[in-house]
Design a protein around this ligand. Structure first.
Ligand SMILES: [Zn+2]
Length: 321
């Protein structure tokens, strides 16, 4: 069953109209924050391109030989490239193998499709290797590069792609969809977690499923303690290891942003808040640095990293004065 999320409809129209006019680009850069179903959308695009008798909406028919082998994950004209392990880089060898395969002509469909996800997992060498392919586009071949971090795609690669940006739905629609499609209510925690997920309903549901509302509140409480009193860095760092630490940092960042904005609004009445905001911005730098280290491909001791983070925050917070 072909499926598009409601917020993907207008992007699909954009694609369908290009397809109807036979103006399919050689490469698409599919962007948007995590949790909007970019992979699902890309699947619909490639399945539609490969389909032998697409519907009027340009969605794949789901019945033909191409659709059958696509659904079985064994379409000979379709290649998906992703890191061999989650969170690792896409290796240059993976792109080189692609170059060899590109010499072949399609067997089931009239087109060949290649999906690279996430595109930000390609290092400089892999990107350069891909660029060679994009510079000499083969007829009837479509590349789809999926990324939530388009700023990390080199401009040389970007300029060879047509960008399709999947926007998050308006917040109220996102919340309504989340409530209708999950077991969660539209309460304050759900609303905050949806904000944390940048308005992406699928990411919010995943966060609620994985971390849960209780974890969210616990982290808020821990952070509040760090900012106003003493908390043992060793104990807290050990406790936090059970969470997804990148998501946790994301939550702290949002929480701190709220505090900064609230201070800003009250600064006329209470000038000392300006000093507090200055320190909040320094704490924000700590969060950004820690987030970067957490996502670096190098092996790091996460417990030590979080201990350092907690110590730095407490040094900068109110109780350090
Ligand atoms: Zn079909």
């Amino acid at each position: 069953m072909a499926m598009l999320y409601p917020w993907q409809q207008s992007s699909w129209q954009q694609f369908a109209s290009l397809k109807q006019q036979q103006r399919i680009p050689h490469a698409i850069l599919l962007t948007g924050v995590n949790g909007l179903g970019k992979n699902t959308f890309s699947q619909q695009i490639t399945k539609s391109i490969l389909c032998l008798s697409p519907r009027e909406s340009q969605l794949a028919c789901g019945q033909c030989h191409s659709c059958h082998v696509f659904d079985a994950g064994s379409h000979p004209d379709h290649i998906e490239i992703k890191p061999e392990e989650t969170g690792k880089q896409i290796k240059i060898e993976q792109i080189r193998q692609l170059i060899e395969k590109q010499q072949l002509t399609p067997t089931v469909s009239k087109w060949k499709t290649v999906v690279i996800s996430p595109a930000y997992s390609m290092n400089v060498n892999a990107n350069n290797s891909l660029l060679k392919l994009l510079e000499e586009p083969q007829p009837n071949t479509l590349f789809v590069l999926i990324t939530s971090k388009p700023e990390q795609t080199p401009i040389t690669v970007k300029s060879r792609c047509q960008t399709f940006h999947l926007p998050a739905p308006p917040f109220s629609e996102a919340l309504a969809w989340l409530v209708a499609n999950s077991a969660y209510n539209a309460d304050e925690t759900t609303t905050n977690i949806l904000k944390l997920a940048k308005g992406a309903p699928l990411a919010a549901i995943e966060m609620l499923d994985q971390q849960g509302a209780e974890s969210y509140q616990q982290i808020e409480q821990d952070f509040n303690t760090m900012l106003t009193a003493y908390i043992s860095p060793i104990e807290l760092a050990a406790n936090w290891q059970k969470y997804n630490l990148s998501q946790l940092m994301n939550q702290l960042q949002y929480s701190l942003q709220d505090r900064i904005v609230n201070n800003q609004l009250a600064i006329d009445k209470s000038p000392s808040l300006e000093h507090q905001n200055k320190r909040y911005w320094q704490i924000m730098d700590c969060i950004v640095d820690t987030t970067k280290l957490l996502s670096s491909p190098n092996n790091i001791n996460k417990t030590l990293l979080i201990e350092d983070f907690i110590v730095s925050v407490m040094r900068l917070s109110d109780n350090a004065q």
